[in-house]
Design a binder for this molecule. Structure first.
Ligand code: FAD
Ligand code: MLT
Ligand code: ZN
Length: 473
C-alpha cells in the first residue's frame, strides 16, 4: 500500500452489507454514492499519502438525516469518517479501511446573518470562500482565511480548529465560534447553537468539537462572530537579509502598526525558488534569504496608510528590511498573497513532502530549519521554512523523491525531539489526524491523554466516529 502512516489493525466494526445500502438509499434517495470512480477522490487525502478503501459515501442535506445515519451506524456498529472539503493535511478526513464517508458537501445553507452583531449561522458544508463572498455583500468578512478557502468547508475548519493567516488579528476559532450543533455517535442532536458572545454556564462543551476532527460528533451547523469588512487594506512584501532581521521587523510591526496589523507571514528563499519554479510566480522584490508579508486592515485609509509608511520607513532606515513593495489595489494584493499562499501547492509538485506544523517560541523558530538542513540536506530535495510567524507557528517541510520509512523516522526524531525540548506543540494548527497521533504524547501529558480517552469513551462508546484518528490504538 502507498500508506505512509500505517495503521496495523482494522477495528471491530461490522462489514457493510447490501441491506445497509438499501437502508441508506431509502433515507437519502440519489445521495448514496457507490461508484468507485466518484469515491476515489474522497478516499485519498489532499497530499495523496493516505489512501483508504471506502465503498460508500453518503451525502445528507439536513441534521435530521445525519442523525438517522449515525443512529443506524451506531446500532449496526459501522464505522464512518466525516468529510468536508478533504483539504486536511494530517490524513484525518479519509477512511483508512472501509469506513463510510459522510460528506457535508450538500449541507451548504446560510441560516441567518445579523448585521448588528455580525453573527453568521450556517450549515457545516458551506465552503469558506462562499461565506467570505456572502458576508462581503453585507460589509463583513470571515474571521479566518487560508489557502484552501476555495474548497475547505466551515465544518472542516471548525473540526480542525484551523488557524490560517488572520489568527494574529481575529484570534482562533475557539473564540470566534459562538455556537455549534453536532450529532453524536448514537444520533442524538446536541444543540449548542447559541449566538451569544458571553455564556459562562459551566463547561464549554462546544470546544470539544473545535479540533475534535470528527471523533466526538459530526458538526452540522455553526454560529460565528464575524468582523466588519475593513475599508482599507495594505499589503507589504519585504525582503530581509537574516532571520534576526525578520524578528526585528515583526517587533517593529507590532509597535508601529498596532491594532491595524492583520497578518505577519514569512517564507525563506527556498520557498521562493519553489513558487518561482513550479508555479511561475514572480518574486515581487529582489532576491533575499527571507521574505515577509505584512498586512494591515482598518477603517480609516489615511490613518492606516500613514502608519504603514512610517513602519516601512523605519524598517528600511534601521536596515531590518532591504527591499519592499506595497500594494493596496486588490489584484496586486492578491498577487502578493499568492506567493505566500501557494507554497503548499509548489511543494506538492516538488516531490513527496514531509510536513511539520509546529508551535515554537518565536525567537528561535527558524533554528529548527537550520538544524534539519544541517542533518538532512544531502538526503533530501528541499528543506523549507515558512509560516505564521506572528503566531509562533513554523511550517517545516522536507521534499524527497519518494517516501522512505527510515528517513521519515530519523527526521521525526529530530523534529519532534526538538519540539518537545522547547515545550512546543507537534501540531500548531493542522490537527492530529492519522499522521501525528504517534507523537501526541510528546505534547500532551498522560493525565491529559487519559481524560481525552474518557471523553471519547463517553461520547462514542462503540468508537464508530472517525476511528484510528487523534488517539493511538
Ligand atoms: P476535511 O479535510 O474534509 O476534514 C478535516 C477533519 O475534520 C477530518 O478529521 C474530518 O473527519 C473532520 N471533519 C470535516 N468536517 C466535519 C464535520 N462537519 N464534523 C465533524 N468532523 C468533520 N490549515 C490551517 O490551519 N491553516 C492554514 O493556513 C491552512 N492552509 C491550507 C492550505 C492548503 C493549500 C491546504 C490544502 C490546506 C490548508 N490547511 C490549513 C489545512 C486545513 O486543516 C484545512 O484546509 C481545513 O481546515 C479543513 O477543512 P475541510 O473542509 O477540507 O476538512
Ligand atoms: C499554510 O500556512 O500555508 C498552510 O498551513 C498549509 C501548509 O502548511 O502547507
Ligand atoms: Zn499554516
Amino acid at each position: 500500500s502507498k500508506m505512509t502512516h500505517p495503521v496495523v489493525k482494522r477495528g471491530p466494526f461490522s462489514l457493510l452489507e447490501p441491506r445497509d445500502i438499501e437502508v441508506f438509499q431509502a433515507l437519502l434517495p440519489e445521495r448514496v454514492i457507490t461508484d468507485p470512480d466518484v469515491l476515489r477522490a474522497s478516499c485519498t487525502d489532499w497530499l495523496g499519502n493516505c489512501p483508504g478503501n471506502s465503498v460508500l459515501m453518503l451525502r445528507p442535506r439536513t441534521t435530521k438525516e445525519v442523525s438517522e445515519i449515525l443512529r443506524y451506524c451506531n446500532e449496526r456498529q459501522l464505522a464512518l469518517t466525516p468529510q468536508g472539503g478533504n483539504t486536511g493535511l494530517v490524513g484525518g478526513s479519509v477512511p483508512l479501511f472501509d469506513e463510510i464517508i459522510v460528506s457535508t458537501s450538500l449541507m451548504d445553507e446560510v441560516v441567518s446573518f445579523n448585521p448588528l452583531s455580525g453573527v453568521l449561522v450556517c450549515q457545516a458544508g458551506c465552503v469558506l470562500e462562499r461565506l467570505h463572498n456572502y458576508l462581503s455583500e453585507h460589509g463583513h468578512i470571515m474571521p479566518l482565511d487560508l489557502g484552501a478557502k476555495g474548497s475547505c468547508q466551515i465544518g472542516g475548519n471548525v473540526s480542525t480548529n484551523a488557524g490560517g493567516v488572520r489568527l494574529i488579528r481575529y484570534g482562533s476559532l475557539r473564540h470566534t465560534v459562538l455556537g455549534v450543533e453536532a450529532v453524536l455517535a448514537d444520533g442524538t442532536v446536541l444543540d449548542l447553537l447559541t449566538t451569544l458572545r458571553k455564556d459562562n454556564t459551566g463547561y464549554d462543551l462546544k470546544q470539544l468539537f473545535l479540533g475534535g476532527e470528527g471523533t466526538l460528533g459530526l458538526v452540522t451547523a455553526v454560529a460565528l462572530a464575524c468582523p466588519r469588512m475593513p475599508s482599507s487594506q495594505n499589503v507589504a512584501f519585504l525582503g530581509c537579509q537574516s532571520f534576526d532581521a525578520v524578528l526585528k521587523t515583526f517587533e517593529l510591526a507590532r509597535h508601529r502598526l498596532g491594532e491595524t496589523l492583520s497578518a505577519f507571514e514569512f517564507l525563506d528563499e527556498v520557498c521562493m525558488w519553489l513558487v518561482n519554479t513550479h508555479l511561475a510566480l514572480a518574486n515581487p522584490v529582489t532576491e533575499h534569504p527571507f521574505y515577509v508579508l505584512v498586512e494591515t486592515a482598518g477603517s480609516c485609509g489615511r490613518h492606516d496608510d500613514e502608519k504603514m509608511q512610517d513602519f516601512l520607513q523605519e524598517a528600511m532606515e534601521t536596515a531590518h528590511v532591504s527591499a519592499g513593495t506595497l500594494a493596496t489595489d486588490p489584484s496586486k494584493v492578491q498577487a502578493l498573497w499568492s506567493v505566500r499562499e501557494r507554497i503548499t501547492e509548489a511543494l506538492s509538485r516538488d516531490g513527496f513532502t514531509y510536513k511539520y506544523d509546529v508551535s515554537l517560541p518565536t525567537e528561535d523558530i527558524y533554528n529548527l530549519v537550520v538544524e534539519t538542513r544541517r542533518v538532512f540536506q544531502g538526503e533530501s530535495k528541499h528543506i523549507v521554512g515558512y509560516g505564521h510567524l506572528g503566531d509562533g507557528n513554523l511550517h517545516l517541510n522536507v521534499t524527497v523523491p519518494a517516501h522512505d520509512a527510515d528517513f521519515k523516522k530519523r527526521l521525526e526524531e529530530l523534529v519532534y525531539g526538538w519540539t518537545a525540548r522547547c515545550r512546543g506543540s507537534v501540531s500548531a494548527e493542522h490537527g492530529v489526524g492519522t499522521f501525528k497521533r504517534h507523537v501526541l504524547a510528546s505534547t500532551k501529558s498522560p493525565v491529559a491523554l487519559g481524560i481525552m480517552r474518557g471523553i471519547k469513551q463517553l461520547l462514542d462508546p462503540k468508537g464508530i466516529l472517525n476511528p484510528y484518528k487523534i488517539l493511538a490504538d
